[in-house]
Design a protein around this ligand. Structure first.
Ligand code: FPP
Length: 246
């Protein structure tokens, strides 16, 4: 399918339907206040609620946030354990509010490496919000774009081996069906906070035609107002998906 048609986006004037965010800068935010890095992650987690809640105001139907990458295990044991505990607390604490606010939550990433208690909470939140049809919030947890493509390729190869997939039929519409994001549209806008201009293995396949915004704001300072400004700016962009304006 044509990329623009798939996204339901074919030109300027519309806000992004799917915004994906690399929430960066928690550590520096904390360090600039003389506090430990985990203090910044807690501030960052509080910021998530405001950004999820503002999505309907800007016509954003899908929000995907990068909470923990497959590379983040390289951080100190204290920081990793603190983040895992924060994710458990966030899910337990926000479960009812998210369900009541008609948010549908999904998780993407490789679950087997995560703690069983955390996975059980993730499953519960997904189940509890499965019937919601407001904002679709996807949380990337132990997620890496290359890892996702490798896992998808493995499943695709298994289907070829068991005879349920004809290798001759494989084209660029086949692989996305095996990705963690198979039910989501591609992101229209990817935002990275904290001044770093790199994508760090986030939604590699899915962001082929996304617009990018690299902004200096550290994640705990990112507001609904700034989100609105970036969504409005997106609406002024001329997206051609490799074609020319007719
Ligand atoms: C990057 O900042 C941030 C992370 C690796 C963790 C993201 C987690 C949160 C925003 C909080 C919790 C999220 C949810 C969904 C509850 P960094 O530590 O790399 O910052 P730095 O670049 O300044 O060191």
């Amino acid at each position: 399918m044509d990329v623009a048609a798939q996204n339901g986006r074919d030109g300027a004037g519309l806000g992004p339907r799917h915004v994906a965010i690399i929430m960066d800068g928690n550590g520096r935010w904390a360090q600039s206040r003389g506090r430990p890095r985990l203090f910044g992650h807690h501030a960052g987690a509080r910021r998530v609620r405001e950004i999820v809640e503002c999505c309907p105001d800007f016509g954003v139907k899908y929000l995907t946030i990068f909470a923990f990458s497959t590379e983040n295990w390289k951080r100190t044991q204290v920081e990793v354990a603190g983040l895992m505990s924060l994710f458990r607390r966030y899910i337990s604490k926000e479960m009812t509010a998210l369900a009541d606010k008609n948010v549908r939550v999904r998780f993407i990433g490789d679950r087997p490496r995560l703690d069983a208690k955390l996975v059980a909470l993730m499953d519960r939140l997904e189940e509890k919000t499965a019937e919601n049809d407001g904002t679709h919030l996807t949380i990337a947890l132990n997620y890496g774009g290359r890892d996702e493509v490798a896992r998808a390729t493995k499943r695709l190869a298994q289907d070829v081996a068991n005879g349920s997939l004809d290798p001759e039929s494989v084209d660029e519409e086949t692989l996305p069906k095996y990705l963690d994001t198979c039910v989501l549209p591609d992101p229209d806008l990817v935002i990275r906070t904290s001044g770093e201009a790199r994508i760090s293995n986030f939604l590699l396949w899915q962001s082929a035609y996304a617009e990018y915004e690299f902004i200096d704001t550290l994640w705990p300072d990112f507001t609904a107002e700034e989100m609105g400004r970036l969504c409005a700016k997106f609406g002024t962009r001329d997206r051609r998906f490799g074609g020319v304006k007719t």
